[in-house]
Design a protein around this ligand. Sequence first.
Ligand SMILES: [Zn+2]
Length: 63
Amino acid sequence: MQVKCPTCRREIEWSAAPSRPFCSERCRLIDLGAWLTQRNAIPGEPAPGEPEASPDWPRSTET
Ligand SMILES: [Zn+2]
């Protein structure tokens, strides 16, 4: 069965890939590193369930 490596998109043989679904240990670490970097790169990530703009936002000065 042929699958595509999520990191480099290279087609690999599933049964012959020791680091599947990646083509190699290197690609596996790259994907893991990218995932961690993305998480750590967003310090001001809004908490889940918190709306970006509240409907009760004070706008009484506008008429
Ligand atoms: Zn790869």
